[in-house]
Design a protein around this ligand. Structure first.
Ligand code: S3P
Length: 187
C-alpha cells in the first residue's frame, strides 16, 4: 500500500514500554494508535491470559499474525504497538520486511537489559509467559529474540536507562532524520 507517511511499528520484549511510547508518539504525530494485544482481546472477547490458558500459545500466535496483517494494511499512518512476540513467526517478519521495503512501515526496536525488564514487568496480568522464573525467561527471550528484532529494525533505541519521555524525544528525532533522508533520496 502507498501512504504519504509510513506507519511506525514498535517491537521489543515485554516491559520495554512499547504501549506507552506508542501512545505518546501517536499523540505527537496526530495519528491513530493500534495495539496488537488490545485488538486480539477485543476481537476474541477473551483476555490474552485466557486465550493462552484455554486455547494455547499457537492459537494466540495465529490471532497475532492476523491482527498484525490488518494493522499493516490500515490506511493512514498509524503507530502500532506490536506485542513482544510479533517477531517470532517467520511470516510476521516477512510482513514487516515487505512493508519496510515498500516504504510503508518503519520498524523501531525498543531494547533493554533483561534485569530492567524483569523489574518493569513485575505488574501486569497479560504476560502468562512470565509466570515462572521471570528473569530467566526474559534472559532467554533476549538471547533468542534479539537477532529477530534486529533483523526487522530500522531504528534501535536502548531504553534501559531512559525515561519514557526521553525515549519518545529520541524516537521523534530519529524518525525526523529518517524521513529527511528518505525525502532527500527522492529528490
Ligand atoms: C508476549 C508479549 C505480551 C503478550 C503475550 C506474549 C510475548 O505483550 O502478547 O503475553 O511473547 O512476548 P507485551 O509485549 O505487550 O507485554
Amino acid at each position: 500500500m502507498t501512504r504519504s507517511e509510513p506507519c511506525i511499528v514498535l517491537v521489543g520484549l515485554m516491559g520495554t514500554g512499547k504501549t506507552t511510547v506508542a501512545r505518546l508518539l501517536a499523540e505527537h504525530r496526530h495519528v491513530e494508535l493500534l495495539d496488537t494485544d488490545k485488538l486480539i482481546e477485543s476481537r476474541d472477547g477473551r483476555s490474552i491470559r485466557e486465550i493462552f490458558a484455554e486455547s494455547g500459545e499457537a492459537t494466540f500466535r495465529e490471532l497475532e499474525s492476523e491482527v498484525l496483517r490488518e494493522c499493516l494494511a490500515r490506511p493512514g499512518s498509524p503507530v502500532i504497538a506490536g506485542a513482544g512476540g510479533v517477531v517470532v513467526r517467520e511470516q510476521n517478519r516477512a510482513m514487516l520486511d515487505h512493508a519496510r521495503d515498500a516504504g510503508s512501515a518503519v520498524v523501531v526496536w525498543l531494547h533493554a537489559r533483561p534485569e530492567v525488564l524483569a523489574e518493569r514487568t513485575a505488574k501486569g496480568v497479560h504476560r502468562p509467559l512470565l509466570d515462572n522464573d521471570r528473569m530467566g525467561t526474559l534472559t532467554q527471550m533476549s538471547e533468542d529474540r534479539g537477532p529477530l528484532y534486529a533483523s526487522v529494525a530500522d531504528i534501535v533505541i536502548d531504553v534501559s536507562d531512559r525515561s519514557i519521555e526521553s525515549v519518545v524525544d529520541l524516537l521523534v528525532a530519529a524518525l525526523d532524520e529518517q524521513e529527511e533522508f528518505v525525502g532527500n533520496d527522492h529528490e
